[in-house]
Every structure is written in C-alpha cells, then in structure tokens.
Design a protein around this ligand. Structure first.
Ligand SMILES: [Zn+2]
Length: 463
C-alpha cells in the first residue's frame, strides 16, 4: 500500500494539506443535507472520538510487565541476525503477488525449524501458509506476514520487512507461551499478494482468521510512526468500448469510434471530481487505445481504481462511474461493458484503539512519539487487504518509521527497506507488537475492552 502523507505536502504549491485539513462543511439546513444526501456521507471530520477511548485505555490494568517484556525481547534478539539474512534474501529475490514461491519456502522452513506446526500452500493458495504454536487453553492471537513486491520497483513497500516482522512477533509471543507466563495460541498467517489485494480477501472468504484467532496484528514500514492505520476502501473496474472500424481518412463516417467513448469517460470523470468528496479517489490507465491511427478504433479499454474512506461508500462512487461509462456509450454509439472486481471490495481498516495504543505505549519506551489521532487519520490514502480482516475481528496495522523520508512505492523506499537501520526498526516494532499480543493472551479485562472497542468501531464503520 502507498499512504499519502498529507502533512508532508504542506509546503507544496498545491497544498493538498490545506484542502483536507481546513475543509469544513458548509453550514446547511437539515433539509438541504437530506436532499443532497450529506447525511449519508461521513467526511473525515466526523470520525469517532478517539480521545474518549484512549482516556479509558489508561485505566486498564496491563499485565505485560518487565519480566515478560524481557522474555519477548530476548527471544527476538536471538533470531535478529537470521531474520536479517532472510530479509535481505527476500529483498534481493523479490517475487510479485501469488508467485512468492521462494519467500514461502524460506519463511515456512524457518518456522518449522523453530517449533511451529506449519501448513504450507494453505487455503488453496500456492504461496499462503499458516504456522501455529499453542500451550494450554486460552485466547488465540493472529499475526500477518506479507512478502510480495512491486513490478519494476522491487520491495518498494518493504514487504521483506513485514515478512520478518511476522516471524519476530510470532516468535516473541511463542517465547511468552513457552515461559509458562501465558497460555493460548499464536498463529502466523503467510498472506500472499497484498499488492494485488487478494491474499487476505481469499483467507477471509475461507474463514481462515475467523475460525482460528480472536485478534490479528501486523506491522507495516513507512517513513513515519502511526499506531492507527488510516487505510481506505478500494475497488476496481475494467471498462471496454466496442465500436466499428473504418478507414480514418477515406470513410470515417462509416466508423463508430471507441476511442471517442474512452475520451468522453476521461472527461466525464475529470469533471465529476469537482463534485466528489475531497477524500474520494478515482484514478486509472488506458489499457487499449486502438490499433492504428488510420483505423477508427473499434475497441478500447481502461482500468480504474476507486477509493472511499469507508467500504460502504464505494457504491456511491461506483454508480457515478457507471453513469460516465453509459453516457459515453450513448454519446458515441458504442457498446460498453464494465466489470467490477470479482473478488469484491478491499475494505478500509477498522481501527482498534485499545491495541493500537498498547503498541504505541511500548514504542514510546524506545523514544518513539506519535502524532495526535486526528492528524494520523487525515494522513491516509493507501489501502490494504488487512481491511477485510479488520471487519471480522479486532485488528491493528501500525505503520513504523524506517529512517527514511521516502514514500512507500518509490525507488528510495526500496533502498531504505534493505538498510540495517530499517532492520533494527523492524525488530524494535516487532517486540512492541508481540507485547501487545501477549497482553491479549494474559488479560481478560483487557481483551474485553479490545472486543468492545471493535464492536463500537464496526457500528461506526457501517453507518
Ligand atoms: Zn505495503
């Protein structure tokens, strides 16, 4: 995923930041709002009152003490050098989504060697896996690892680091279980093809998370530290226009121009943008613009992504796009066919402030500081298939800084993801994520708060 850092754009001439951060809804009457359906749309200003939740969080009696932290930290320190080797290997031998055969082998071998019960090629996906370890009865903590890269960019999103953060976190929780201080289970999910937004959606469909764990945790490297993940919903659509070929100079009037239809779509979407919410996104590419300049194009196609802050708003934007497609077909006399993504929408991430703040509290011990919630929630823009998991159970997806100012999905970020400082940052964040997972295992009252927070936020997400 590629988060957009709005606060980083403050200095730029376009000042995206000012559009987002100072945008306030006009004072309108209730009647006006209902008429124009503003009530059905929830802009960023109306996010839940996080401060109220974090205040409550401070009253929680946390059970992970220095002794347990020491067990976790020790276990992770012991494997740090080996994890570094794996991380560099996955960086140098990058594989794209659903083709992560080498990563699958390296990660599952490590887990098996370290006492996990491993299922390779899990849930019908060649490069998915699960690895579990349990001791006694108790709650079950899930951890996600990702390992796919980006064509042309290598590990431009740092998924080599996410892979080893999954190993480290699972090993840290396992050590706490082995120490006898906690009981329950840890399950590491190897989730392929995050960049294609496929892996976790398939796993959710097959109830891999729902039937096996009570919460799910993962980390993502970035240029900054945020304990919340302002990651938004995404869907995609392929559109095709079918016209009639003709000699473009000798008899153009005998043709039906499919490229004209595509240009109409582009113009329609461009004009529509002015009336979209500032948080909506539509972006696309032309995948077929015709065959030759001297033939009226008989077939054209394009591929678009649409994004909204919440999954339940996607339908609103989808209808608008479909209207642009139909209008272009009508205006040009072309036939139109559009196909929304078969696997379904990638949902936004439902936050869990209780676990996110626990992670942040551990990170603060290392001197890491976090911006206020409202700043974090305005900094979103990317998407992840972890969103679909977060609608099923309490999840967190903190972003941690890896000593770079580069955005994800850049050549500079690819380079940063291979450095030693990035490795150390990953080890540090994994210790804090593992401590959060162990809190879930140890502390019933805490777990109840996690669940209550999840249910409250799920209701807010569905409004
Ligand atoms: Zn990513």
């Amino acid at each position: 995923m590629a988060p957009i850092r709005l606060e980083d754009t403050k200095e730029s001439a376009g000042c995206l930041s000012s559009i987002f951060s100072s945008c306030s809804r006009p004072q309108q009457t209730q009647e006006f709002n209902e008429k124009f359906m503003y009530s059905a749309i929830e802009p960023m200003e109306q996010l839940p009152a996080y401060q109220d939740i974090t205040k409550g969080m401070k009253k929680l009696d946390l059970k992970v003490d220095n002794e347990i932290e020491h067990v976790i930290d020790n276990a992770i320190n012991q494997i740090s050098a080996e994890l570094r080797t794996i991380s560099v290997d996955l960086h140098e031998n990058m594989e794209t989504g659903m083709k992560e055969v080498h990563a699958h082998a390296v990660l599952t071998d490590f887990l098996e060697k370290n006492g996990f019960k491993v299922t390779r090629h899990a849930y019908g996906m060649k490069t998915a896996f699960t690895a579990e370890y349990s001791r006694g009865h108790g709650r079950r903590v899930g951890v996600c690892a990702e390992y796919d890269g980006l064509p042309g960019l290598g590990q431009g999103c740092g998924h080599n680091l996410i892979a080893i953060s999954g190993l480290a976190t699972a090993m840290g929780i396992k050590a706490a279980l082995e120490s006898g201080k906690a009981s329950g289970k840890v399950v590491l999910f190897g989730t392929p093809a995050e960049e294609l937004s496929i892996g976790k959606i398939v796993l959710v469909e097959k109830r891999a998370f729902q039937d096996n764990v009570d919460v799910c945790l993962m980390l993502h490297p970035a240029a900054y530290d945020h304990q919340y993940a302002a990651l938004i919903a995404i869907n995609d659509v392929h559109v095709e226009f079918f016209g009639k070929p003709s000699h473009a100079s000798a008899a153009p009037w005998e043709g039906v121009n499919a490229l004209d239809a595509l240009v109409q779509v582009w113009n329609g979407i461009s004009m529509m943008r002015q009336q979209l919410l500032p948080t909506d996104r539509v972006h696309g590419i032309v995948t077929d613009g015709g065959q030759a300049p001297n033939i009226i194009p008989a077939h054209t196609s394009a591929f678009f992504f649409i994004r909204t802050t919440k999954a339940n708003q996607a339908g609103r934007l989808q209808k608008k796009l479909e209207a642009c497609f139909e209008a272009a077909a009508l205006a040009t006399g072309c036939e139109v066919k559009y196909t929304w993504r078969e696997i379904g929408i990638t949902k936004d991430v439902v936050q869990n402030q209780v676990m996110a703040d626990t992670y942040a509290a551990h990170m603060e011990k290392y001197g890491i500081s976090f911006p206020p919630e409202d700043v974090q929630m305005r900094a979103g823009g990317g998407s992840t298939d972890m969103g679909n998991v977060s609608y099923e159970m309490p999840c967190i997806h903190p972003m941690y800084g890896i000593h770079t100012t580069a955005s994800n999905h850049t050549i500079e970020f690819t380079a940063a993801a291979k450095t030693m400082p990035a490795h150390k940052d990953t080890i540090q964040a994994s210790k804090c994520l593992a401590a959060t997972g162990v809190e879930v295992l140890l502390n019933e009252a805490y777990y109840n708060s996690v669940q209550k927070n999840f249910k409250d936020n799920l209701v807010a997400a569905d409004v």
